[in-house]
Design a binder for this molecule. Structure first.
Ligand SMILES: Cc1cc2nc3c(=O)[nH]c(=O)nc-3n(C[C@H](O)[C@H](O)[C@H](O)COP(=O)(O)OP(=O)(O)OC[C@H]3O[C@@H](n4cnc5c(N)ncnc54)[C@H](O)[C@@H]3O)c2cc1C
Length: 446
């Protein structure tokens, strides 16, 4: 059995793998190589909004990892992997030998190849360093233009507004959130945001950013230019895989790329696993290999890989694609195959109350759902949880389909009658309850 485990990348997937490895096996050697210190990207919006201190973004300190018996090489970048010799080479030329290893190097923000996209005053918001730069740049009265109206820009929207900035969002697609919600939902969300002072310009192709009298001038294919103090590019992400060139590890040529993995999350080289944003893992509902690039997938991948590295034989069911976000007290969520053209689709809108529901069925199973409504409306928040549970559990809703068709807002009776909570509770990724040796989820910097 492998005794020298190497984890490359100290984000969500890497840390969950380490945690699980230590739960399963207290003795083996673990080395963590990570360019950045372990922290959670998902909480960066709260740091931007000043609701948490910077010290709270960290998920482990060198000291806490040491206490776990993890050898750390932080601030070092993996440069190449020799899978035949079981050896990683770092950016300073030093090497690390391993018996098995996990690639969990995540992804990074990508900017469009237009003039000025890398210029001064233009930011991304993916890493802690990038978050610090945005915090320094956005003050009360700052005019911010966010390029890209996808999930990530929506996760930082509240924080930008809370800093007192004036916000404009531009989007190349004809509507906002094009990969998260359908047109009917997007219309409700856009109206809500405009009512809360956010300017939205969809269908806008940015062609150039340039300096103009101390401001950034954004030029578009059509329409008037926009002037801003700060530009934030939220225009997609790219997996951190280039350093694996020549390693023999198979990477997908499909859009989104990602390391191809089997049901144990092993790559084409069986001593090398992949997890999180870099892995093209199975979709829970379809079995198709996809990059989901969301936190729950990274957590689950990490847990499964950690168990398999420890010698268990754990197959992964697959991950559910889900996006949940709240903007200006409006909850928006979508789960599973929400844009499945071949599903039975039931929708309902209460435009005056900014509420929307969409349910997608394949036979008697709910395979996708979408929801939007004011967060102060308790049923919105409850329904987000219930719809996720119904999609995740694959509950048989045959007896409820007609009712839900006529009443897409009335989810609770179906949820209760199918005992979905009771079915979900015993389901764990590892097939057992957690007995973590207390790796802190969030720790103070020492
Ligand atoms: C602002 C923001 C908000 C988000 N909000 C949500 C949300 O609400 N819900 C949700 O589901 N998801 C959210 N996400 C996405 C989520 O954070 C990611 O899916 C998750 O972090 C992926 O985990 P990971 O371990 O695969 O990669 P990461 O967390 O990105 O970790 C990768 C690690 O690898 C290191 N690394 C990279 N290259 C190398 C190299 N060559 N050598 C060594 N180390 C390397 C990095 O420094 C980093 O430590 C958000 C992301 C951001 C940026």
């Amino acid at each position: 059995m492998a005794t020298r485990h190497l984890i490359i990348g100290g984000g969500t997937a890497g840390l969950n793998a380490i945690r699980t490895l230590r739960e399963e096996d207290g003795a083996s050697e673990i080395t963590l190589v990570s360019r950045e210190r372990p922290y959670s990207r998902m909480v960066l919006p709260y740091y931007l909004g000043a609701t948490i201190a910077e010290s709270h973004v960290y998920t482990a300190t060198p000291a806490s990892l040491h206490a776990w018996g993890v050898k750390t090489m932080l601030g070092r970048r993996a440069a190449s992997l020799d899978t035949a010799e079981h050896r990683l080479t770092l950016d300073d030329g030093s090497t690390v030998a391993y018996d098995d290893c996990l690639i969990a190097t995540g992804s990074r923000a990508a900017r469009p190849p237009i003039p000025g996209a890398e210029g001064p005053g233009v930011h991304s918001f993916w890493t802690l360093d990038e978050a610090r730069a945005v915090i320094a740049a956005v003050q009360p009265g700052t005019k911010v233009v966010m390029v890209g109206a996808g999930f990530i820009s929506f996760t930082i929207l509240n924080a930008i507004l809370s800093r007192g900035a004036a916000l404009t969002i531009v989007e190349v697609a004809p509507r906002i959130l094009p990969r998260m919600v359908d047109e009917a939902c997007a219309t409700i969300v856009a109206r809500w945001l405009e009512d809360h002072g956010v300017t939205i310009r969809a269908g806008a192709t940015l062609t150039k950013i340039e300096e103009w009298k101390g401001k950034r001038k954004l030029t578009f294919k059509k329409g008037a230019p926009i002037f801003a103090d700060v530009v934030i590019m939220a225009t997609g992400i790219r997996t951190n895989l280039e350093w694996l060139d020549g390693s023999g590890i198979e990477v997908s040529a499909e859009p989104g790329g990602g390391i191809l993995v089997d049901d144990h999350l092993r790559s084409s080289v069986k001593t090398v696993y992949a997890a999180g944003d870099v892995a093209r893992g199975p979709n829970l509902l379809t079995g198709t290999l996809e990059v989901h690039a969301i936190e729950p997938t990274a957590q689950e991948h990490g847990r499964v890989v950690g168990a398999n590295m420890a010698g268990r034989d754990l197959a992964y069911r697959g991950s559910l694609i889900m996006n949940i976000v709240e903007v200006c007290h409006l909850d928006i969520a979508s789960f599973g195959q929400w844009d499945d053209a071949n599903a039975d689709v039931f929708t309902a809108t209460r435009a005056d109350r900014s509420q929307y529901r969409k349910l997608l069925f394949r036979g008697g199973k709910l395979t996708g759902a979408m929801i939007c409504g004011p967060a102060e409306d308790i049923w919105t928040t409850n329904d987000v949880g219930m719809l996720k549970g119904l999609v995740y559990s694959g509950a048989d809703l045959s007896a409820w389909k007609t009712h839900l068709k006529g009443n897409p807002f009335d989810v609770k009776p179906a949820y209760l009658a199918t005992h979905t909570t009771g079915k979900l509770l015993p389901q764990t990724i590892l097939g057992r309850a957690s007995h973590s040796p207390q790796l802190p989820q969030s720790v103070m910097v020492q």
